[in-house]
Ligand binder design. Sequence first.
Ligand code: SAH
Ligand code: SF4
Ligand code: F3S
Length: 440
Amino acid sequence: MTQAPKKLHIKTYGCQMNVYDSERMAEAMAPEGYVLTEDPAEADLVLLNTCHIREKAAEKVYSDLGRLRPLKEAKPDLKIGVAGCVAQAEGEEIMRRMPLVDLVVGSQSYHHLPGMVRAADRGEHPVETEFPVEDRFTLLPERPAPSRPTAFLTVQEGCDKFCAFCVVPYTRGAEMSRPVDRILAEARKLVSKGVREITLLGQNVNGYHGQAQDGETWGLGRLSRALAEIDGLDRIRYTTSHPNDMSDDLIAAHAEEPKLMPYLHLPVQSGSDRILKLMNRHHTAEFYLRLIERIRAARPDIMLSSDFIAGFPGETEQDHRDTLALIGAVGYGMAYSFKYSPRPGTPAAGRDQVDAETADRRLHEIQDLITRQQRAAQESMVGREVGVLFEKPGRLPGQWVGKSDYLQAVHVEAPEDMRGRIARVRIAASAPNSLAGALV
Ligand code: SAH
Ligand code: SF4
Ligand code: F3S
């Protein structure tokens, strides 16, 4: 007699690495008889894969847990787990604050999840927030066929940089690079299942230094070149990079390897040397601008993006103007900006804070400038021809949506099934967040 499948609902917060991890958690639970559901109300197990990066993200988890309370009351067998970076950072504290939580599993312990769920089913309340020494991904079951032609692949995890504002070194641990052969094997498997674009993930992905079977340590440039040799893999991306880890070899790979896509997320956080120093970023604005010049010399059409923090402790009006000047000097295709959020245990949290009103105003000024640059970048695509990997049907009949080489959403009309196909598109119209064109 076979049992009816149990249902698992996963809610994912935060960065792409959590998206990747959520997929791996679903895979880890599949042999236990769990299938995914979009609807928490029909789930037997709800996992919140959480983010600790800013206060709002972390607090959202608690309000979402509060919203699960009626479900749990109606269905006492429902198990609720907190995973991810809040779990890693707060551990047992979560259960003290929210007794309805049955298990807490930190971002480094997902290979223990099936055993923990079994323990929870026995009425225990397991908490697991150790940092293991082994590659946690090799202990998870094999990945099933992805339904999209794009996939994430974690190659590096953790961070040793300790920027003064950031919790990631505490939630993801020390920098760790997966061995080359495991990455190549995972990539080949993804490609054999129809994936054509892989985004390599890491908190400091360009600091990748993995052991290869030739006994050498490979950087991300060399890894990208090896991945590019896989037949059927047509596009390679990577995120997120740190300016100090942008090696000559990786820059050269952008010039030489057409499969390496012309889009780079290279966060700088601030344009003021004084603030960069207070942030512990270990480089100047000038260094960053020269780096961008070298990257553009290698790949002139590259689209750049970044992250910025407004209102970091000690930031003056002049520092803020330096940030606006840097944004003006670079010219981004897009960028993210955040109001500084003091995080427990980080050095900057204890410093003199910029008042909220000033920080809000500065954030808006940064966002205005970035929005204008993004519009200009989108408009500059009109009349150009660009490669697009199609991912899914659009909202209108006959419409298909994909991503350009520069990671922009592109719509076309096509009579045939375009899913998983790469085609040249001539762009005819631009909107702030998407482009429209016709197949060439
Ligand atoms: N490893 C990546 C991503 C870190 S988190 C990197 O180094 O870029 C993503 C972004 O969140 C950061 O780039 C930063 O801009 C922002 N961020 C991190 N901590 C923050 C905080 N305490 N307050 C506001 N923004 C923060
Ligand atoms: Fe955080 Fe800095 Fe590490 Fe990025 S490099 S994860 S911002 S500490
Ligand atoms: Fe958030 Fe953890 Fe990613 S804190 S941004 S989910 S590494």
